[in-house]
Design a binder for this molecule. Sequence first.
Ligand code: 13P
Length: 238
Amino acid sequence: MNFDNFSSIFIANWKLNGDIQFIKEYYQKLIPSNNNCVVVCPPNIFLHQLKTNNSNLFSGAQDVSIYNEGAYTGEISAAMLNDNNIKFCIVGHSERRQHFNESNKAVNLKSINLIKNKIIPVVCIGETLEEKEKKITKDVLLKQINESIPAISNNQNTIIAYEPIWAIGTGLTPTLDDIDEVHSYIRNIDKKFNKFKILYGGSVKSSNSADINQIKNVDGCLIGGASLKVNEFNTIIS
Ligand code: 13P
């Protein structure tokens, strides 16, 4: 996808929330702005209920199988998502890494399957509070990037989302300087990441999103809790 037409990318991660009535009301009120790319990621069963326009409003999945087909009860493949007009898929979210033992290797495989099916993996990386306190954030991110992002990834087919785990759902965020430093570090790990879109996630709200988005190395946000309140999300994406 050519992201150059967009000023910023905003991805709503609804996690395990939402129902049909919620979606109806949400899309009556949602105002996607023309110059930003907006992606809404509901639980898979609701993907079909969402409105998309294939220009600035898209739907995304929150996960995908590492398998392409076969006897894997409960799984959904990248080809199936593609068949349903899904253009984005979050992979390696810390909640999946933590609760479902998702490894860097699995994230890498999932990303390859997605890219081959013309879906953009949004690869999540981030450090725990303990790792931050031990001052090993950069080492942790380097390992996650090296192992999770496949060789076939480029700035048109893959997005990176930096989500410090200690900032998710806590109301805490790194300072603006710290976000800039980490994003700049990621960008410079390898020449190929220079032009990647790098999103920030973790306690993004309408009250801090403008400041975060102004950071030079931030290309948009991945939003959890605040994306469930449509008026708040409208402010973030406006
Ligand atoms: P919060 O915005 O609720 O902190 O969640 C962030 C997140 O995990 C998005 O993927």
